[in-house]
Design a protein around this ligand. Structure first.
Ligand code: NAD
Ligand code: ZN
Length: 342
């Protein structure tokens, strides 16, 4: 089969012919139709410090996808040939303390497809049946193919927060931030203020329902006018940029909540006393998607019709167009970039 492979410990990908994966008794084989491209894939492409410390070439890249089940192992009961599916890309052990207490998203034994084992930028992928998630008949493959980052946004926006009626600031309107804007609008936030340094991304945030989409320098005024100077109830930090993280702590109201998804590239200084403790705020670190509460919530929002992620997808390429796909993401102007494979 054709697959996009990280073949050596150096920058770049190779479009190669590789053997079709074989499945274990508890796995299924999925023919990939659509696959989302993510910042993580760019790190692996560029072979930066994180990638070279984490990944062991050669392997197939990609962790966001949807497709059709074409083969099931002998122990698989609730997934059948012909099912339209996507999957949770974090493969967890199911046996550790965290897995057994409903916290599998922080399982220390997690293996990620396209990072720690073969991924989905290929014609076929083998997945444990437990990770498979069925798509409703009316959900297109390309929406199925972006459930992973959309799930990051659902997790960030809705875990432990009370969004109905709330004032919300979303710092960073990359694909995940833009999803989060749409989710908060659908969940009944009274005001969604979104910030980014990129005008195209602010435009996307507006199209997903942001009441204000502003540059970082204009956030303070937008928050003041929307909250009578109180500060917002909830901040979703979706940039990982230190200036935005400090702004998140500054603009959240006393006793409010900051949900942190963005990953700073380097360690950064935080004044715990003034930014967190004396404000009495709650800070929640987001990793992946909760298994499987986030997935249930996501499917139910999509079923309701109140949240349509389609405008976030701005670029579509065949696998052969991988250089252009990586370039589109690096430009900073793209929403979600998707490979059309099947
Ligand atoms: P992204 O990295 O493209 O989005 C970041 C956005 O922040 C960009 O649009 C950028 O222009 C904007 N930005 C830069 N400076 C800013 C500032 N001062 N104020 C406001 N916005 C600013 O794309 P993404 O894929 O949406 O990822 C968002 C973040 O989440 C990244 O840091 C990524 O590494 C991280 N991430 C975390 C998880 C997790 O599980 N915790 C999963 C996926 C991605
Ligand atoms: Zn575990």
């Amino acid at each position: 089969m054709r697959a996009l492979v990280k073949s050596s410990a150096s920058p770049g990908f190779t479009l190669a012919d590789v053997p079709t994966p074989t499945i274990r008794d508890d796995e299924v084989l999925i023919q990939v139709q659509r696959a989302g491209v993510c910042g993580t894939d760019v790190h692996i492409y560029e072979w930066d410090d994180w990638a070279s410390n984490r990944c062991r070439p050669s392997f197939t890249v990609g962790h966001e996808f949807a497709g059709d089940v074409v083969q099931v192992g002998s122990l698989v009961r609730d997934v059948a040939v012909g099912d339209r599916v996507t999957a949770e890309g974090h493969i967890v052990c199911g046996r550790c303390h965290l897995c057994r207490t409903g916290n599998a998203h922080v399982c220390p034994n997690t293996k990620i497809i396209g990072v720690d084992r073969d991924g989905c930028f290929a014609e076929y992928i083998a997945m444990p049946a437990t990770n498979v998630w069925h798509l409703d008949a009316n959900i297109p493959y390309e929406i199925g193919g972006i459930h992973d980052p959309m799930g990051n946004a659902f997790h960030t926006a809705l875990h432990g927060t009370e969004i109905p009626g709330a004032t919300v600031l979303v710092t960073g309107c990359g694909p995940i931030g833009i999803f989060a804007v749409g989710i908060c609008a659908a969940a009944g936030a009274s005001r969604v203020i979104a910030s980014d340094i990129n005008p195209r991304r602010l435009e996307l945030a507006r199209s997903m329902g942001a009441h204000d989409a502003v540059y970082p320098r204009d956030v303070e005024a937008a928050v003041r006018s929307a909250t009578d100077g109180l500060g917002v109830d909830v901040v979703l930090e979706m940039s990982g940029v230190p200036a935005a993280i400090h702004q998140a702590f500054k603009e959240v109201r006393l006793g409010g909540r900051v949900q942190m998804l963005g990953i700073p590239a380097r360690p950064m200084e935080v004044n715990f006393a003034s930014e967190i403790i004396f404000k009495g705020i709650t800070v929640y670190g987001v990793i992946g998607r909760r298994m499987y509460d986030t997935w249930i919530q996501m499917s139910q929002f999509l079923r309701s019709g109140s949240f349509d992620p389609t405008p976030v997808i701005t670029h579509r390429f065949p696998l052969e167009g991988f250089e252009e796909a990586i370039h589109a993401i690096k430009s900073g102007d793209a929403g979600k970039v998707v490979f059309e494979i099947g």
